[in-house]
Design a protein around this ligand. Sequence first.
Ligand code: R5P
Length: 270
Amino acid sequence: MNWGMKNRLSQIMGQDDGRCVMLAVDHGYFLGPTEGLEAPREVIGPLLPFADSIMLTRGILRTCVRPESCVPVVLRISGGSSIVGEDLSKEAIIASIEDAIRLNASCLAVSVFIGSKYEHQTLMNLARLVDEGEKYGIPILAVTAVGRDMSRDSRYLGLACRIAAEFGAHIVKTYYCDDFDTVVRSCPVPLVIAGGKKLDEKDALKLAHDAISSGASGVDMGRNIWQSKSPVSMIKAVRSIVHEGLDVAESYTTFVHEPSGSNMTSKLQK
Ligand code: R5P
């Protein structure tokens, strides 16, 4: 692995504990103005000091994140279908590697839809991106999805994660499921979990805790943070699980007791 690749990977996964809290705000690329993320700049600003990295499209990066920001960027680089379109799995690469470099991306994210109509196309997107990433020393995050008729269980998620790793993804994002440790065991690269649909805060913290306990390297979480009644408190509580080893009850206590006016606290207080 070349130095640039190692350096960028360490920006994403290289906290002292090798874990990460990635803030996902890329939902608009197929969902449009998602509830809670209608005004991305306002959402992102207060959360950014508490994120190890941020996952987003180039359009939102350019318009809603200050270039002075030091938070590593995970650039969503696949897309091409919308929630009202023909098939969500019909994706292509939507930005060039040169633009990703200009935007100082530390990692590129591409979706693979295993068991869907356009499975092959999305796997070829991953293969092409891994080649491009290797050329320039940029790691690739594979975002796994499984076909509509497939349950999100360890069999299908394990299948998707393993295929993504075999194709050369450096990090794989998936969903937490029962027997998640079997998914972890069969995927030789770090796994991060998506939060999924909004849950009660305590349940979302339990999800994060269960995933980390089963071997996940971190979270790539969106809705359960910025749709929370207190997004900054929530990301801090998630951090306490991922980085400080707090249990669910302890992290929930920090969430409940976090002052509501804490949105502007600085990174130094993280
Ligand atoms: C989904 O395609 C997006 O890539 C999201 O980044 C991902 O699902 C994580 O967000 P959430 O925690 O809201 O599920």
